[in-house]
Design a protein around this ligand. Structure first.
Ligand code: BES
Ligand code: ZN
Ligand code: ZN
Length: 467
């Protein structure tokens, strides 16, 4: 259900939000002295229908506080079953207005499809920005479209692995392609075999559904032949394979297709916004299951690129499916840049927790990494770079084979995984974003729900505008 965005100073019948900086005069006498306007402190006056939200000290202000504040307002309105939220503020910049709309939309969400009616989240339908903000109309509508796609990604990541299967992801991608005039091709088992994509085939060989690479093409620029290639890890369920995961580590492994879902959300958003870029998105889709057909530890497998890989752990499946997909896409589409999203390693969760995604990139991608970092700060889907020094790249050399899939020590796991991937992109600028810690979270934050977060869609759209 789409949110209606109004430009009106009349918030009759809606929850009306007012902001207050720390130390400013409280707008209502009935407010207690203890309310000082600290960041994201809230005070609700039900008889007036007004919610006052603190923004902290003026000097410490960040635009993200608007996102978080708006999400708090959406949640409060929802809990009182108020159908709309109006914002009263005299000097919102375009970025402030965008942040407020993002916060409202992203906060106005819950994965509740399995809840009975009285357990469902009440969704707010309307948001009113001040009349003078009408000049931001276009950018605000654009942001609303992207947020709707973030919801789609969240749904895909949060739902059961027996719902979001390879077949389901393909169906979803086909429906999106049809509606948005994206070109779609899907490589199934037979085609993957013909092409020699033995890594993705090995990972998927215990699954009843064929592994597949879903390719979506968006042609937004007539004047340029340059393409950006996006790649996403789409493991619909990761048991670990024969190197089976312990129970607790397996619990959330329905989310291991978040990279693929993110790329789907980005492609849909790019098409809906009419970005003037050419973008190709590849989803590397399968399941990492167990059974008599399952691939085994220490198998040596020949990749599509021709290199052989000794695979030391069947739970390191992500890098394998990505390796074939990256080198196939690089060869077929000759992109100027490759950006890849994956829930690749537990190691990145240990490093950054759920606040920041790990970014890695080749030396020739320096300018793009800087733009990705900036897009991260702007959208607050933040990335932080970790190094790919040559010592790390050298660790990928195999003993019995060209490459090994795991390092010889149990250290620097996220960096090793990234180093391995760079072996499959030739000399093209390449950025890998490890979203294992950010794609799904255990506890809701203001505008991020528990479970699938949709992290990466807003980031990538902002990034794509810059390149
Ligand atoms: N899907 C996991 C990574 C993961 C861990 C995602 C936690 C989200 C949360 C990946 O396939 C995996 O199992 N990685 C292993 C690699 C190891 C075997 C080299 C890991 O990180 O432990
Ligand atoms: Zn795994
Ligand atoms: Zn995995």
């Amino acid at each position: 259900m789409a949110m209606e965005i109004l430009f009106s100073d009349d918030s009759n019948g809606m929850l009306s939000v007012q902001f207050m900086n720390e130390g400013d005069k409280r707008p209502f006498n009935s407010m207690p002295e203890s309310f000082t306007g600290k960041k994201l402190e809230t005070f609700y006056l039900p008889e007036k229908g007004i919610l006052v939200i603190g923004l902290g000290k003026k000097d410490d202000f960040k635009a993200d506080y608007y996102r978080r504040a708006a999400a708090k307002a959406a949640k409060l309105a929802s809990s009182y079953k108020i159908h709309g939220v109006g914002f009263a503020a005299d000097s919102l910049s375009e970025n402030d207005a965008i942040a407020i709309v993002e916060g409202m939309l992203l906060g106005n969400y819950s994965f509740d499809k399995y809840k009975s009616d009285d357990g469902k989240f009440f969704r707010v339908r309307k948001i009113a920005l001040p009349t003078y903000a009408k000049k931001y109309h276009e950018s605000v509508q654009a942001v609303a479209k992207v947020c709707t796609n973030v919801h789609m990604v969240r749904d895909l990541v949060s739902d059961n692995s027996d719902v979001v299967t390879p077949d389901f992801l393909e169906k979803t991608a086909r429906a999106i392609a049809k509606k948005n005039r994206l070109h779609i091709t899907v490589l199934h088992e037979k085609e993957l075999k013909r092409l020699g994509m033995n890594l993705i085939l090995a990972v998927g060989q215990a699954s009843a559904q064929s592994p597949r690479i879903i390719v979506l093409e968006y042609h937004g620029s007539e004047s340029s032949h340059e393409k950006v290639m996006l790649v996403g890890k789409g493991i619909c369920f990761d048991t670990g394979g024969l190197d089976i995961k312990p129970r607790d580590s397996m619990l959330d492994m329905r989310m291991d297709m978040a990279g693929a879902a993110t790329v789907l959300g980005i492609m849909k958003s790019a098409a809906e916004l009419g970005l003037r870029k050419n973008i190709v998105g590849l989803l590397a889709v399968t399941e990492n299951l167990i059974g008599e057909k399952a691939y085994r530890p220490k198998d040596i497998i020949r990749a599509y690129s021709g290199l052989t890989v000794e695979n030391f752990d069947t739970d390191a499946e992500g890098r394998l499916v990505l390796a074939d997909t990256l080198s196939y896409g690089a060869r077929k589409f000759n992109p100027k840049l490759i950006v890849e999203f994956s829930t690749l390693t537990g190691s990145i969760v240990g490093t950054f927790g759920s606040h920041v995604a790990g970014m890695f990139g080749t030396g020739n991608a320096a300018e793009y990494k800087k733009k990705m970092y900036d897009a991260g700060m702007q959208t607050y889907e933040r990335v932080w770079e970790l190094p790919l020094f040559e010592e790390y790249l050298d660790e990928t050399a195999g003993d019995r084979s060209d490459l090994r899939s795991l390092g010889k020590t149990r250290y620097n796991g996220a960096i090793f995984g990234a180093a391995f991937l760079t072996k499959f992109v030739g000399d093209r600028p390449f950025i890998h974003i490890d979203v294992a810690g950010t794609a799904m979270i255990d506890e809701a934050k203001d505008y991020m729900p528990k479970d699938g977060t949709g992290f990466g869609v807003r980031l990538a759209i902002e990034f794509l505008k810059k390149v």
